[in-house]
Design a protein around this ligand. Sequence first.
Ligand SMILES: NC(=O)c1ccc[n+]([C@@H]2O[C@H](COP(=O)([O-])OP(=O)(O)OC[C@H]3O[C@@H](n4cnc5c(N)ncnc54)[C@H](O)[C@@H]3O)[C@@H](O)[C@H]2O)c1
Length: 442
Amino acid sequence: MKIAMIGTGYVGLVSGVCFSDFGHEVICVDKNQEKLTKLRAGETPIFEPGLDTLMARNIAANRLSFTDDLKSATQDADAVFIAVGTPSRRGDGHADLSFVFGAVKEVAEALTRPTVIVIKSTVPVGTNQKVADLLKETRPDLDCDVVSNPEFLREGAAIDDFMHPDRVVVGVQSDRGDEVMQEVYRPLSLRGYPVLTTDLETAEMIKYAANAFLATKVTFINEIAMLCERTGADVKDVANGMGFDSRIGPKFLQAGPGYGGSCFPKDTKALARIGQDNAVPLQIVETVIKVNEEVKRLMIDKIVDLCDEKLRDKTIAVLGLTFKPDTDDMRDAPALTVVPALVGMGANVRVVDPQAFREADALLPNVTWFEDAYEAVDGADAVVLLTEWNEFRALDLRDMAGRMASARMADLRNMYSCDYALDAGFEAYTGMGRKSALLFDS
Ligand SMILES: NC(=O)c1ccc[n+]([C@@H]2O[C@H](COP(=O)([O-])OP(=O)(O)OC[C@H]3O[C@@H](n4cnc5c(N)ncnc54)[C@H](O)[C@@H]3O)[C@@H](O)[C@H]2O)c1
């Protein structure tokens, strides 16, 4: 099959590369010339494990190419995927659909024959129907089909998620749309992965409901963590005890500094707006959004408490900036709340992250970058573990404590424990929802 992928960001690039690996002929389109230059040189503009190898293999096999020429890319395509961004609209939290409608209009104007237009971007319920209306209005001479195909991949595990999905969701309004999508995903359905076919509105809703549910799970355990701190329970054991229950499951039950990333924050806000617009306020989702903001702010309080409420001129080393490991994506990362607050309170902030520099340098002014965690803590007054990158999971805490001016740790991902840190020579430790040892406690 011939596929055109409009938008070569996280989702468009990973989907395009994986489709080409299925054997489809894929042309990826983007407007960003810097991105295209890299892609044409065989470089991936994002950090995603395994992506560069898979991309190289399919470019070499002549199944994958990159262009800014949307017209030629879409002309012979059996399916045109739209995978452009749908960020939060400034001010009101609605999904900004200008990129989607802009891309659809460009595609409609470029087409020379009817084709299937597949919306892969996360869009509010009713958007695919508006896309169908826009296509009819722009090209009354063409009978195009619209399909909703929301994407569920996770950054950091995107290739694996795409190649081994829990499910593929396809919302259709015509037999032709359905047939083309069955063909696109045949390599997955042949191997037994479920391809769930629904109507357009249901497919759109599945994506938002799934993300909001996961954000709720994360926020629930974060709130339980706060209660554990007050009551002496240990949230890690609580999460384990809950997660062994097959009705609950262990995933998304790790207490941490609040959810971030390119999807949960904007998708929960958009879903809350959809609820309000339809006179069905989603109180749970609205509360989750509010609690998550509070959780991020509580992380700042934790660090302030750790440093005896005096941050001015203290040196604080922050390990990890991205919203989760194995990505360089900084969108809505808790670090963007925590680090500026520390800087604002007069701390000298040193930061270390294996991949964030390209994205985070401009977003986090007035910090000092280090490549090595041990060098970053040299002479520091506190260390904050903010992202659970593998290289931070087995640090030599004794070595670290020995280098620090005062060995204090805020372990916001529960990678270590109070006893472990104190045994290694730390004088103060605070985690998430479990035993801590603060100096003014004693
Ligand atoms: N990032 C994720 O983990 C993830 C997961 C699932 C779903 N999604 C959804 O997928 C969609 C895309 O997200 P993303 O993170 O890949 O976005 P992104 O911002 O990384 O990439 C979007 C790309 O589209 C390009 N673009 C915009 N308008 C264009 C046009 N008219 N023609 C050609 N290119 C154009 C931009 O230059 C950019 O490269 C969003 O709706 C998002 O919610 C994202």
